[in-house]
Design a protein around this ligand. Structure first.
Ligand code: PGA
Length: 243
């Protein structure tokens, strides 16, 4: 693992955007796995800036988002569809047909999960996967448990996740209890992985992840330790408890 500690959130975001931009320049038809949440917002802002300055072209980039809340329609302001368009897709030239996000309103969820994995496979897998990390060590919505699933699936959100995401919904009772997420298999098969962490609330999980040197389904992100090409970019606050 390559570990970069940035001075602050802005610097973390700039470094992350530069890594993504370099990969797009090397491979204009990059298959880019995307994440939501607070952490990547600055990265998306930087990528939009680069695009607006004419330094980056997304016209051949293919994107796959990690997850979507079950039951939220794409036009629901709290959905990850809405988040992605508002924070990124509306401001860059990714072609609509190259955007993939799981459909949280699919009538046949199992079918939707199979379709999603099939699409990823058809595109040759993920080249670069952008990830955040939950306070409980989840990546995507692969929550800690006795086992982790490899394929895209419908999952119950962990209590820690419901609590952490309540801020986007007004109250914890409003947070959907389920989500569709790509599985650990899709993530770990990405050719390159970029994990971001920011803020003091991520310090404990980052220390556990980076200092323990062990893999456990109790810390889904620990499986990244088995991958050959992971870059971790975190700010000083997230790195504060690391040895
Ligand atoms: P956050 O979420 O960026 O909003 O902290 C990260 C995650 O849950 O993966």
């Amino acid at each position: 693992m390559k570990i970069i500690v940035a001075g602050d959130y802005q610097e973390m975001s700039r470094i992350a955007a530069n890594i993504i931009a370099e990969e797009i320049k090397k491979k204009p038809d990059l298959v880019l796995g995307l994440a939501t949440g607070s952490t990547p917002l600055g990265t998306y802002r930087e990528l939009v800036r680069m695009y607006k300055e004419g330094k980056l072209d997304f016209s051949r980039v293919i994107t796959f988002n990690l997850d979507e809340y079950y039951g939220l329609s794409p036009d629901d302001k709290r959905s990850y569809h809405y988040y992605m368009y508002r924070n990124f897709f509306d401001h860059v030239n990714v072609r609509p047909e190259n955007i993939h996000i799981p459909d949280g309103t699919a009538r046949d969820v199992e079918e939707e999960c199979l379709r999603y994995d099939e699409e990823i496979k058809k595109c040759g897998g993920i080249d670069l996967q952008l990830l955040g990390i939950g306070v409980n060590g989840h990546i995507g919505f692969n929550e800690p448990g006795d086992e982790l699933l490899t394929a895209t699936h419908l999952t119950d959100l962990a209590p820690d996740t419901l609590a952490a995401n309540a801020r986007f919904f007004g109250s914890i009772d409003e947070v959907p209890r389920k989500a569709i997420t790509v599985g650990l298999g899709t993530i770990i098969q990405a050719k390159k992985i970029l994990l971001l962490a920011s803020g003091p609330e991520k310090a404990a999980i980052m220390a556990e992840l980076l200092d323990d040197d062990a893999v456990s389904t109790r810390v889904p992100a620990s499986f990244l330790l088995l991958h050959r090409d992971v870059t971790v970019v975190m700010d000083k606050d997230a790195a504060a408890k690391k040895r």
